[in-house]
Design a protein around this ligand. Structure first.
Ligand code: SF4
Length: 256
């Protein structure tokens, strides 16, 4: 994915002028030289997605007006300028300000950020289970603390390091994908002689598969520990080493 995005970005930057003809040529080039297999046939994969910065750390729209002195080039895209401009993902509406900022402040890796910020169940379940322990959801100022951000990152990193992840390539988070259809997965707890776990939503988001009750209990303990560390970090004092970083974090979120 990274190689593909870098290749696109380089080619896009080399265009001499961003005329409709040049953009169409670029679009044809991407579509004719990249593999076209997709996880879900009905979702269009836009060829104008690329890296926005020279360090290749931020992924976004290469046609966006903020990159072209206010000129909106998205009229040349599959969806068109109006749809691209008006569409906001479900997480934008469903996640609270604190939940969004917890993900934004904790993750620097664009890939991990992308698969976590769009996983509403994962983020919401984590926050509500933590709030049960703390007694309330953490504020923005608490979320900006380095130990808290580290604990969020540690939990969300399970998205890529989860040891109970299924090998099924058609699974994407809680969804089972097949050509142009998708359905929500379910974990067959009865098959391993267990009742539905209180961490079911998290397990589904992590595309889990358990072969025994022992596996399930070990997975529950793993999640419990991550949530406990997060809860403690929210309640804990900020050490002198972290004070400067915390001040920077608070500064960052104070106008949000
Ligand atoms: S905003 Fe539109 S043109 Fe830009 S990457 Fe997304 S779908 Fe493509």
């Amino acid at each position: 994915m990274e190689v593909r995005l870098k290749r696109r970005t380089e080619a896009f930057r080399k265009l001499e002028r961003y005329t409709p003809q040049a953009l169409e040529k670029y679009s044809d080039w991407v579509r004719s030289t990249e593999p076209q297999e997709k996880l879900l046939e009905t979702i269009y994969n836009c060829e104008f997605l690329g890296f926005l910065d020279s360090e290749c750390r931020k992924v976004g729209c290469l046609l966006h007006p903020c990159r072209h002195d206010g000129r909106d080039l998205r009229g040349c895209s599959f969806y068109g300028a109006e749809l691209c401009d008006g569409h906001l993902c479900l997480s934008y509406q469903k996640l609270t300000r604190e939940e969004k900022w917890a993900v934004i402040l904790s993750l620097e890796d664009w890939y991990l950020y992308g698969i976590c910020i769009t996983d509403i169940d994962l983020v919401k379940s984590f926050f509500s289970l933590a709030a049960e322990r703390i007694g309330a959801g953490p504020s923005l100022s608490v979320i900006s603390r380095p130990p808290v951000r580290r604990a969020v990152k540690d939990f969300l990193s399970l998205k890529v390091s989860w040891p109970y992840r299924t090998d099924d390539e058609g699974r994407f988070g809680k969804y089972c994908l097949a050509e142009d259809e998708y359905r929500e997965a379910r974990i067959p707890y009865e098959g391993i002689g267990c009742r539905k776990s209180r961490y079911d939503a998290i397990f589904l988001s992590l595309a889990s598969e358990f072969s025994s009750a022992e596996d399930l209990r070990a997975a529950e303990r793993l999640i419990e520990r991550k949530i406990a560390v997060f809860a403690r970090s929210c309640e804990g004092d900020v050490g002198p080493d972290n004070a400067k970083e915390e001040a920077r974090g608070e500064e960052f979120v104070k106008d949000v």
